[in-house]
Design a binder for this molecule. Structure first.
Ligand code: AMP
Ligand code: ZN
Length: 458
């Protein structure tokens, strides 16, 4: 940390398919962390890579490249597939109000840096060559696996990692893979070792070093990355520089369905779009994620997400209500309520991002202020202060609370909203969906609430 500057690196998406809402949970938690640091006065330099090559279907460096699988499936080039899903990913994160990291390099855009890093690791004596690539020899590092507290004696070949021909130790991993002799890959590059492509882990070491230096402050990702990907990132970076690359590792727990981890591999996964199709607003999904601590598993349940939508609505209703206050004076001392809410919120966020407790503190605050408003005892000036307090909370939560309130939809939009509502009551959902799209084209979004439809500017 230099002069209150924080370097933060987050593993980005592998862009061979749509992101699922489990992936998005991780990016939401990272965004909350970044926002909390910013609010605490740090200047955050946030880097997130795009994995557009080299992530094989198996952690043991076997199987096919996921991007090339996507290309076959969709009859597109690997480059087109990567571009399509990268765009889609950023469109999802935008809908979830995730602040775009300042630097979002692609693996394919940093091949020379990856090759240079492998050359350093080779020069320091940590590599060997097999039939299919250049491998990292994990037995050369005394404390390999320290992040995951892996015990070498427990890692007998084949016990939990596939055996790969030519590998000296089961935990060894590819730095550079050779293209197959009999086929031309769509994504391949020349290198000092032969034509091929980088192993999955090297990109993150190369990119974090390039943008944040050999040692930086925070590295995030989902917990699945601890035993292999991040363990290998540490090994590579230490072998190259002799320094610990990361001061703080911060990992988010999984979103699960039943007892299963949500995964793309399973074939059926829930995307943000599928939630939107169910009438869930993206920010309601963000709210749902905030109801759990990032280090706890969160079970996906559509009804729980719908309750989160109501939770969000309570907040936006509160903002609107504050906006509509007309009384000139406040007839109750509310400074303590506001002070306590601010103190509690800050205390909970600073306590390892305890968002569920922070939301509970806001809920108490809203209940007390609503009670004051019920008695017409809140004045305009104080209502504005309450609104500012909520907006300060929202700098961390990112629920776009500032975009609700006075803004009224134009007549044309209001007419479409009531036409759509009529069609829905007649159960003509196809027609009503067409109108929803028209409303969207005009830049507004309809939210179906127990109090009837509401519109919000997109
Ligand atoms: P991927 O696109 O597979 O490389 O994953 C992108 C991010 O999502 C990584 O940080 C993963 O650790 C994370 N991730 C994968 N599955 C889940 C899940 N079910 N819940 C939360 N995060 C996940
Ligand atoms: Zn990574």
């Amino acid at each position: 940390m230099r002069d209150r500057e924080v370097g933060m690196y987050c593993c980005g998406p592998t862009v061979y398919d749509y992101a699922h809402i489990g992936n998005l949970r991780t990016y939401i938690f990272e965004d909350v962390l970044r926002r909390a640091l910013t609010c605490a006065g740090f200047k955050v330099k946030h880097v997130m890579n795009i994995t557009d090559v080299g992530h094989l279907t198996s952690d043991a460096d076997t199987g096919e490249d996921k991007i090339e699988i996507g290309a076959k499936r969709e009859h597109k080039s690997a480059w087109e597939v990567a571009e399509f899903y990268t765009k889609n990913f950023f469109s999802d994160t935008e809908k979830l109000n995730i602040i775009r990291p300042e630097i979002t390099p692609k693996a394919t855009g940093t091949i020379p840096e990856q090759v240079e890093l492998i050359k350093k690791i080779e020069k320091n004596g940590f590599t060997y060559r097999t039939e299919d690539g250049i491998y990292f020899d994990t037995s050369k590092l005394k404390d390999y696996g320290k992040l995951a507290r892996l015990k070498k004696e427990n890692l007998k070949a084949g016990a939990r990692i596939e055996i790969v021909e030519g590998k000296k130790n089961p935990t060894d991993f590819a730095l550079w893979k050779f293209s197959p002799h009999d086929q031309k890959r769509q994504m391949e590059w020349d290198s000092p070792w032969g034509i091929g492509f980088p192993g999955w882990h090297i990109e993150c070491s190369a990119m974090s070093m390039k943008y944040l230096g050999e040692t930086f402050d925070i590295h995030c990702g989902g917990i699945d990355h601890i035993p292999v990907h991040h363990t290998n990132e540490i090994a590579q970076s230490e072998a190259a520089t002799g320094k610990e690359p990361v001061k703080y590792w911060v990992h988010g727990e999984f979103l699960v369905i039943g007892k299963e981890k949500m995964a793309k591999r399973a074939g059926s996964f829930t995307t943000l779009q599928s939630l939107i199709d169910e009438g869930i607003e993206p920010l309601a999904y963000r709210f749902f994620c905030l109801t759990a601590h990032y280090r706890s598993q969160l079970t996906f349940d559509i009804n729980a997400v719908k309750s989160a939508q109501l939770g969000l609505l309570r907040m936006t209703d509160f903002m609107e209500r504050l906006d509509e206050v007309k009384e000139s004076v406040t007839k109750k001392d509310i400074s303590k309520v506001m002070g306590k809410a601010r103190d509690d919120f800050r205390k909970f966020i600073e306590d390892d991002l305890n968002t569920p407790k922070a939301l509970a503190a806001i809920s108490d605050f809203m209940r007390e202020i609503n009670a004051v408003m019920d008695r017409n005892a809140l004045g305009r000036e104080d209502a504005r202060k309450m609104r500012d307090t909520m907006l300060d909370f929202d700098r961390v939560l990112g629920l776009r609370l500032g975009e609700t309130g006075k803004e009224n939809a134009p007549g044309e939009v209001q007419k479409l909203v009531s036409d759509r509502d009529k069609l829905r009551k007649e159960k003509k959902f196809k027609e009503s969906d067409l109108i929803r799209n028209k409303i969207k084209e005009l830049g507004w979004e309809v939210l179906d609430t127990p109090k009837g439809p509401k519109v919000k500017k997109i």
